[in-house]
Design a protein around this ligand. Structure first.
Ligand SMILES: Nc1nc2c(ncn2[C@@H]2O[C@H](COP(=O)(O)OP(=O)(O)OP(=O)(O)O)[C@@H](O)[C@H]2O)c(=O)[nH]1
Ligand SMILES: [Mg+2]
Length: 478
């Protein structure tokens, strides 16, 4: 039996950025030749790409963890680290990408449509790139950023123009097999079709796709038979075709009540009400079937359906049907805006113009959120005082200190940078009030002449880190 997977959870991890390198050029007779630490390489992205040759998500079901490669660290002699390789994940046309909360991130329609599911981390700058008139020979480099990790859900919605629905054994798969080149499995037992089949039909100028879904039975909406879950695959279709069996041997069934039963289930599923319907009376090669078809046809037409009498087996009435479907599809396509192919949802980040926000979260506790401050914290090697000083300068220049002052923060208040579950916490030692203009201007950094000696600071810091992972108490970058 083939396994069909149309919904998978996928855990993607982009590559980490490589760390920058802190190195000093050495040459005979020229012991201090300046900083020459290269930058770290960028981590690889994880990218989903629509590939028409891929038809199922099965591969991701078997291997749900995907990681792009890391960037390499920079090295001395200005050697840059190699970038990580992007990981390209091919997905079927019609894949919908959702986040963990079920929100649609991307609706991937059309060959080549791309969606970056995980952004690779930036490489850290090496000390060569960090040197400036103020910092001639930085004794530190920036850390590479971790790659973005994300749990996403992929859902497959087949992209077909025409969808065939009906009871098991009504002849849906048989119809696809004679209308197109597809060769689905056909048999005289119910639920032969376990996964949707897709075929391509050419009728005159028009080329369209046709799909069936596993047979429906009354109660499908309560999960009877194979249930309604496969109807997801017909959500995008332009026209629904009711395939009705005129020759069923079951005494309690006839084509009209079959139609009503299927409509009832479609109504339960919802969302398909606006789709035009066409009725196909199949199996008219059987004499009783033909008689019954002729009998009920006026009734169905009176209800407003276009009715086609066909035999999939004897190949009768097929041309008329396929041209009629082509016409409906062509009309629907003409009515649609052309640019509908790719729908990628882009969510703007909720950050104000300054690029960060400061919020008070309690007595003497403030939180800073923003792409830049959070990234800078991730790039900082907290074992290196100079690197921490550099972080303080960056935050200061962005205006974080001013904003904290404005928000009412005072010396030694707690300041967290980052989201609740992943923040770095500092005790704030404002530099603005202490004369920010002095900072580092003469190649020194008075903040490192703090009352506590470096060894003491380091000890405090280590203790704090043991206490709360990711938190650096009693230790300020400001
Ligand atoms: N005599 C006759 N038999 C047909 C015709 N179309 C289909 N059949 C037969 O009906 C049986 C079921 O056909 P399928 O095409 O597998 O039916 P289905 O609707 O795809 O059924 P499920 O996949 O189980 O939902 C097979 O034995 C077919 O050979 C037809 O036009 N005439
Ligand atoms: Mg079938």
């Amino acid at each position: 039996m083939t396994t069909f997977v149309d919904r998978v959870e996928l855990h993607v991890a982009a590559g980490n950025g490589g760390h920058g390198c802190a190195s000093v050029h050495r040459e005979k007779f020229k012991p201090l030749g300046g900083p020459d630490g290269g930058n770290g390489g960028r981590g690889g992205d994880v990218i989903l790409v629509v590939d028409q040759d891929v038809t199922t998500l099965l591969d991701y079901h078997h291997h749900p963890h995907r990681k792009a490669t890391n960037g390499q660290p920079g090295a001395g002699d200005n050697r840059e680290g190699k970038n990580g390789t992007d990981l390209i994940l091919p997905v079927p046309d019609g894949t919908v990408v959702l986040d963990g909360n079920g929100e649609v991130l991307a609706d991937m329609v059309g060959q080549g449509t791309r969606f970056v599911a995980g952004q690779g981390g930036r490489g850290g700058l090496g000390n060569a790139a960090l040197s400036s008139a103020r910092r001639k020979a930085p004794g530190f480099a920036l850390l590479g950023e971790p790659g973005e990790g994300r749990d996403i859900v992929l859902e497959l919605k087949t992209v077909a123009d025409v969808a065939l629905v009906g009871y098991p054994s009504a002849g849906k798969s048989s119809l696809i097999s004679v209308l197109s080149a597809a060769k689905p499995k056909i048999a005289d037992y119910p639920f032969t079709t376990l996964v949707p089949n897709l075929g391509v039909v050419t009728a005159g100028e028009t080329v369209y796709t046709i799909a069936d879904v596993p047979g429906l039975i009354p109660g499908a909406s309560q999960g009877k038979g194979l249930g309604l879950e496969f109807l997801r695959h017909v959500e995008r279709c332009e026209v629904l075709v009711h395939v009705l069996d005129t020759a069923t041997l079951e005494s309690d069934r006839d084509p009209v009540s079959d139609l009503d039963a299927i409509e009832e289930e479609l109504g339960q599923y919802g969302g398909l009400g606006d789709r035009p319907r066409v009725v196909v009376l199949n199996k008219i090669d059987i004499p009783d079937g033909k008689d019954l078809a002729d009998m009920i046809r006026p009734d169905l037409e009176a209800r407003g359906y276009r009715v086609f009498e066909v035999s999939a087996v004897a190949r009768q009435g097929l041309k008329e049907l396929s041209y009629a479907l082509a016409e409906i599809v062509a009309t629907a396509r003409a009515a649609k805006p052309v640019q509908e192919a790719t729908r990628i949802v882009i969510r703007p980040k909720a950050v104000d113009d300054a690029g960060f926000t400061v919020t008070q979260e309690g007595e003497g506790f403030f939180r800073v959120r923003g792409e830049k401050p959070e990234r800078w914290v991730r790039q900082t090697d907290f074992n290196n005082d100079e690197a921490v000083g550099y972080l303080a300068d960056r935050l200061n220049r962005l205006g974080v200190e001013d904003a904290l002052l404005k928000a009412g923060a005072r010396a030694m208040d707690g300041v967290a940078i980052g989201p609740e579950d992943n923040a770095v916490v500092f005790d704030w030692e404002p530099t603005v009030s202490a004369g920010a203009e002095m900072l580092g201007r003469r190649g020194e950094d008075h903040r490192f002449e703090a009352p506590r000696p470096a060894s003491q600071r380091r000890r405090d810091r280590d203790a704090a880190r043991d206490e709360a992972q990711g938190e650096y108490d009693g230790f300020s970058p400001f």
